[in-house]
Ligand binder design. Structure first.
Ligand code: FES
Length: 166
C-alpha cells in the first residue's frame, strides 16, 4: 500500500514539475524575439513563426518593440499591419504616459502598465488610465513575411498620412 502511495506521490510530483516547466517555457517563449537580423539601424524580423495572441518583443535602437499576431476575435483596426492573411500589432513597447514597459495579458488580450494602471487594447489603443495616446508605431516596411524595422515602407507611410501611428 505504502509503495503504491509512494508511486502516486512520485507520479504526481513528476506531473506538477512538468507543469511548472511547461509554464516556465510558455513564459519564456512569450518574451522570446522571433528570428531577426540587425544591421545598420535596421532590424529584420521573420514573422512567419509568430503565433496568435503571443507577444514577441524585439529590440530596435534600444527600444522594446511589441509584435503581436492578432487572433480572429480581435477587432480589425487601421493600425493593423497586414501580412498575407494575418494581422499584427507592431508598436514601440513604451507606455505613452511616462514610458514604462506595459505587460501583455493574453487572457484579457490587453496591455497593462503597472506604473499607473494604464491599459491598451490589442491594437495598442489606450483604453484606461492616464496614457494620453496609443502605443507608437515605429517606422517599418513589410517584405514578404519579413518585417523591417527602421525603414518607412508604403504601409507605414499610409498609416502616417492617416494619422494613426501614435
Ligand atoms: Fe504607464 Fe503611467 S507610465 S500608466
Amino acid at each position: 500500500m505504502s509503495s503504491r502511495r509512494d508511486f502516486m506521490g512520485m507520479a504526481l510530483g513528476g506531473f506538477s514539475a512538468l507543469g511548472g516547466l511547461a509554464a516556465l517555457y510558455a513564459m519564456k517563449r512569450s518574451w522570446d524575439p522571433l528570428p531577426s537580423v540587425k544591421a545598420a539601424g535596421f532590424t529584420t524580423v521573420d514573422l512567419s513563426g509568430a503565433q496568435e495572441n503571443v507577444l514577441n518583443v524585439e529590440k530596435w535602437r534600444g527600444k522594446p518593440i511589441f509584435i503581436l499576431k492578432k487572433s480572429a476575435d480581435m477587432p480589425a483596426d487601421e493600425r493593423d499591419v497586414v501580412v498575407g492573411s494575418d494581422r499584427f500589432l507592431i508598436a514601440i513597447g513604451l507606455c505613452t504616459h511616462l514610458g514604462c514597459i506595459p505587460a501583455y495579458l493574453p487572457d484579457d488580450k490587453i496591455f497593462h502598465c503597472a506604473c499607473h494602471g494604464g491599459e491598451f487594447d490589442a491594437s495598442g489603443r489606450e483604453i484606461f488610465g492616464p496614457p494620453p495616446s496609443p502605443l507608437v508605431i515605429p517606422p517599418f516596411k513589410i517584405d514578404g513575411t519579413q518585417l523591417v524595422l527602421g525603414e518607412e515602407g508604403p504601409e507605414y507611410i499610409k498609416m502616417k498620412e492617416a494619422g494613426v501611428i501614435a
